[in-house]
Design a protein around this ligand. Sequence first.
Ligand code: 5GP
Ligand code: ZN
Length: 140
Amino acid sequence: MPADADCVFCKIASGQLPASIVRQNQTWMAFLDITPLSEGHLLVIPKDHYLTLSELPDEVCGQIGSALPTLGRALIQVTGADGFNLLQNNGPVAGQVVPHVHFHLIPRRHDDGLGYRWNAGKYAPGREADVISAFRNALA
Ligand code: 5GP
Ligand code: ZN
């Protein structure tokens, strides 16, 4: 995937723009979010330009995914946080602002006041079976 000349994360990946990098390899880079939700808020990006998770090749996603436990442990050690959220927004409707796929690791504390609405619902009678069937067909 070629870099996108207008993409801020492509510029960070190529070194055109500075970032506070905590770890990187050939495939991915982890750096501090410039406007953190809490101190130590990390972003992990593939170095190549992909818009969303759906476009990310399995191999690249696998490399990033296998780095997440280590990054999470470091985040807890460095920040002393009580826990962390792994957040990954796909598309503007889901809150994605930077159109280059990325994973947020957000340190959490019991009294941090962060949160989101989790308006849990219920399936209408019979609907769950329809949804399961649609998924199984899509994944067949
Ligand atoms: P999104 O809403 O797209 O999931 O999150 C994008 C994140 O990228 C935001 O948390 C924002 O603070 C961060 N961000 C945007 N531009 C830059 C930048 O130039 N450098 C760094 N380090 N983070 C950025
Ligand atoms: Zn990009």
